[in-house]
Design a protein around this ligand. Structure first.
Ligand SMILES: C[S@@+](CC[C@H](N)C(=O)[O-])C[C@H]1O[C@@H](n2cnc3c(N)ncnc32)[C@H](O)[C@@H]1O
Length: 363
């Protein structure tokens, strides 16, 4: 991909800014290029920068861009926003005044302010500044009448700092971007959970399911299967919500998880094992080829062995976007063959590294 052009930044260039895990710019860019079939646009991004920019040839009204490009389908986007302006020459002595002036100039009101940076080492160095600057900017925008926290239907304002002097200004609806600045959830590691990968399932639940879906499908009395469960981090997320879990793995499950009394541990092959009775949930974190896992997951849902599933697809080091699309097709083939309509959501979560996390259920 080419580097980001610097010339057209003085005025409002409308496009889409997508934040991703550093190293995944090519994948985020490829999927942007693949999605907007009816957009004249070019993708710009630098390797390891943690973001890519889809620059439109002609500025479009927000609703029109939204209609043409469904950002909720993007896999590699941790966070996204429509760009209203890029300021390159913010003075280091007073960044507040010109920023507030520019934002006031949009003549829009915003429900929230999201202060963000790329998730890179340079970005992290700015976290101290952002902690101090955030309240000042919020107060100034509140005073100028730009912020209306009591009106959640209004767009959110993204202020994305790239270095000390460059800032991108953008908007998103709460329903399309991540609720967390930079798409990074602040999740507490539960004391009793035996592995950090417990946070991956916690994030998947919060990201891939609506609050209503979480409430109705993750409650005491329901049953689940965890394929490749050891040492039990994912199982712990389910039992802590009161579900009964059958944990499939040849490895041991941690005592803190078995002590809940809600776990049955079976030493079996997760690729071939099937339950005698249908379950609400099947989750799967087995390290296997994605093209092997995807049809198995689809088969569980297509044959109603489970109503819904969250699973990981471990990706190759290169052509990750292509691999995700291949798995999407494999799932589609299996569901079509069974005549089953379905919902499939795929996301490269903050806690994912070389993998993506999927949610699959019947429609
Ligand atoms: C990444 S770990 C799972 C971590 C787990 N989700 C947690 O939160 O603690 C992958 C597990 O899958 C298991 N596994 C891999 N292939 C398997 C198979 N064919 N059948 C059963 N378990 C398998 C491995 O033994 C390993 O414990």
């Amino acid at each position: 991909m080419e580097s980001i052009p610097t010339r057209h930044r003085a005025h409002d260039a409308l496009g889409l800014l997508v934040q991703c895990r550093p190293g995944f710019e090519a994948d985020a860019g490829q999927e942007l290029q693949a999605s907007p079939a009816r957009l004249a646009a070019a993708v710009h991004g630098q390797p390891q920068s943690g973001f890519v920019f889809l620059a439109l040839e002609q500025a479009l009204p927000h609703d029109e861009l939204r209609r043409r490009l469904d950002v909720s389908r993007l896999v590699f986007a941790r966070q996204s926003c429509q760009v209203l302006a890029v300021i390159d020459d913010l003075p280091e002595r007073d960044r507040l005044t010109p920023l507030v002036q520019r934002i006031e100039g949009f003549q829009e009101r915003f429900s929230a302010l999201l202060l963000e940076t790329p998730d890179t080492n340079e970005g992290k160095q700015q976290s101290g500044f952002l902690r101090r600057f955030g309240p000042l900017l919020e107060a100034a925008l509140g005073k100028a009448g730009c912020l209306r926290p009591d009106s959640p239907h209004l767009p959110r304002l993204h202020v994305f700092f790239v270095g000390a002097r460059q800032v991108w200004l953008g908007v998103s609806l709460a329903s399309e971007g991540s609720a967390w600045p930079m798409g990074i959830p602040r999740l507490r590691m539960p004391k009793e959970a035996p592995s950090r990968s417990t946070l991956k399932l916690a994030e998947a639940i919060l990201t891939l399911l609506s609050p209503d879906e979480q409430k109705s499908t993750l409650r005491p009395g329901l049953t689940a299967v965890d394929l490749g469960a050891a040492p039990g981090g994912w199982s712990w997320q389910l039992v802590s919500r009161g579900l009964r879990v059958t944990a499939i793995d040849n490895g041991p499950i941690a005592p803190s998880v078995t002590a809940t009394g809600l776990i049955e541990h079976l030493r079996a092959d997760g690729l071939t094992w099937r339950p005698k009775k249908p379950v609400e949930w099947m989750v799967c974190d087995m390290v296997e080829q994605p093209s092997r896992i995807a049809p198995i997951m689809a088969d569980w849902v297509a044959t109603a062995r489970c109503r819904r599933s969250i699973f990981n697809l471990k990706l190759p080091m290169k052509k990750r976007h292509d691999e995700v699309e291949r798995c999407r097709q494999l799932i589609d083939q299996r569901m079509r063959a069974a005549g089953v309509k379905y919902v499939l959501r795929i996301r490269h979560l903050y806690h994912d590294r070389e993998e993506v996390t999927c949610y699959l259920t019947r429609r």
